[in-house]
Design a protein around this ligand. Structure first.
Ligand code: SAH
Ligand code: SF4
Ligand code: F3S
Length: 467
């Protein structure tokens, strides 16, 4: 799949701002919006950009989805259940629209970017008014204007997903933590994964643009930045005017930000330079999400992950010898086509060996158009369920032990607000990215403070503010 990377020109972005003004002053425009977001952090951040654009057009956020004039679904298609959930949500709104026919229903994001999707929507989902893919998200003002003026459906899914647009407005969810996208797309083509097809080729933002965004966030009071990309370790490899990822981290840490995180690292590209930067730069959180997917070499090869168990374990060793207290987390897939009981047990043994703080576990889900979808050896769903349950149980035991072992430690917690379960308590995340609940003072919200760990639940810590 060859696709050119297309940097969207300043003129095109100016044209979109002009459309946004036209919408703003249009008598028939929707007044309120509601965005429903599925999927990963990248989608969450895209939704912040969509919200930014809608507010530029004068719309305000509705308190409830059913009351909004425009409901936009930013979808995910990483697994079949993600896709079904998104479609279920959209279809549910159809009934509300019967009572409020003026409601506009929009769908965008990864699910829409799939081949044949535009056609499917045209035919099977007549109540969808607006649809656009990941590659033309920046054109929302133009599409919305068209929908209002022509009072007709606007279904625009360009085949090109590999676009890079700067200068779009953003409405951020939090004033304490912020996402910055440093690159888009993916070139890895893991055989099970749809992302390269729906997000296009890897393209890095210019480091100057990223630093400028970080500086602006620091001056607005943000304490933690998370740098986002499908494979941040290959940041800059697609263009000459960017830094390596490790150097980019250094530059962002010099903006005055208090804490930096990043996601996701591919084990095959995890450099010594990055490990060294993490070990010596106190602004970078002592946590690494390093998806392994499987502990078996044959499966890793079939997955096209391009590393072996041995290589992965050596990288873990390098990380831990540079940073003995680093927290590691991972993603795991069970029941990849042809996976035998023995091969699955290699994943279990790897989990026991690495001892992750936590893991996201998934049952393999075939995605149309990917290489693995054509592979023989589908695993019986009962076997798949049984495997994932054993894996989850193993990881829960490990998480429990690691958390229990933290008793008495001082965690550096970025306080995010009141705990949802116990509103008289505060909650936040430690450097290792573990939730910590503690008795504290509302004045601490938005600060990174030391908390002494006094106990552990199944995946959270309890503590007392250290004075
Ligand atoms: N770019 C990241 C992951 C993005 S998708 C990386 O490479 O690590 C997040 C996770 O979803 C993946 O790590 C993988 O574990 C899981 N995943 C992706 N495609 C899947 C599929 N078809 N079935 C099951 N899980 C899948
Ligand atoms: Fe998917 Fe692999 Fe790219 Fe991650 S690195 S987004 S799993 S193709
Ligand atoms: Fe889903 Fe797209 Fe993210 S498929 S996981 S929302 S990149």
């Amino acid at each position: 799949m060859r696709e050119e990377i297309k940097r969207i020109s300043d003129e095109e972005i100016a044209r979109q701002h002009a459309f946004a003004r036209q919408v703003r002053f249009h008598p028939d425009r929707p007044q309120t919006y509601y965005i429903v977001t599925f999927g990963c952090q990248m989608n969450a951040h895209d939704s912040e950009v969509l919200a930014g654009m809608l507010e530029e057009m004068g719309l305000t956020q509705a308190a409830e989805k059913t009351q909004a004039d425009l409901v936009l679904h930013n979808t995910c298609c990483i697994r079949d259940n993600a896709e079904r959930k998104a479609l279920g949500n959209v279809t549910w709104l159809k009934e509300i629209k019967k009572e409020r026919p003026e409601m506009l229903i929009g769908v965008c994001g990864c699910m829409i970017q799939q081949a044949d999707m535009a056609e499917k929507i045209l035919k099977r989902y007549p109540f969808i008014d607006l649809a656009f893919g990941t590659g033309n998200l920046y054109r929302l003002p133009e599409y919305l204007l068209e929908a209002i003026e022509n009072r007709d459906r606007v279904i625009r899914v360009d085949q090109e997903a590999s676009t890079l647009a700067e200068g779009l407005p953003v409405r951020r969810e939090s004033s304490i933590k912020a996402y910055i996208n440093i690159m888009y797309g993916c070139n890895n083509f893991c055989s099970y994964c749809i992302v390269p097809y729906v997000r296009g080729r890897e393209r890095s933002r210019r480091s100057d643009d990223i630093i400028r965004e970080a500086e602006a966030l620091v001056s607005s009071g943000v304490k933690e930045i998370m740098l986002l990309g499908q494979n941040v370790n290959s940041y800059g490899l697609d263009s000459a005017d960017t830094l390596s990822f490790a150097k980019l981290l250094r530059r962002v840490s010099e903006t005055g930000i208090e804490r930096i995180r990043f996601m996701t690292s591919h084990p095959k590209d995890l450099s010594d330079e990055l490990i060294d930067e993490m070990a010596h730069n106190p602004v970078i959180a002592p946590h690494l999400h390093l998806p392994v997917q499987s502990g078996n070499d044959r499966i890793l090869h079939e997955m096209n992950r391009r590393y072996t168990r041995e290589h992965y374990l050596r990288r873990v060793q390098a990380l831990r010898s540079a940073m003995p207290r680093i927290g590691l987390t991972t993603d795991l897939i069970v029941a990849f086509p042809g996976e035998t009981e023995q091969e699955f047990s290699d994943t279990l043994s790897l989990v026991e060996e690495v001892r992750y703080d936590s893991a996201y576990t998934f049952i393999y889900s075939p995605r149309k158009g990917t290489r693995a979808a054509e592979m023989p050896g589908a695993i019986d769903p009962d076997v798949a369920s049984e495997r994932i349950e054993r894996l989850i149980a193993a990881q829960e035991r490990i998480t429990g032990k690691i958390l229990a072992g933290m008793n008495g430690e001082i965690a550096q917690v970025l306080v995010e607000g009141a705990s949802r379960r116990r509103p008289n308590q505060l909650t936040g995340k430690s450097g290792r990215n573990i939730n910590v609940n503690f008795n504290g003072d509302a004045a601490d919200i938005g600060k990174i403070i030391p908390v002494r760990v006094t106990g552990a639940g199944s995946n959270t810590l309890r503590g007392e503010k250290e004075v």
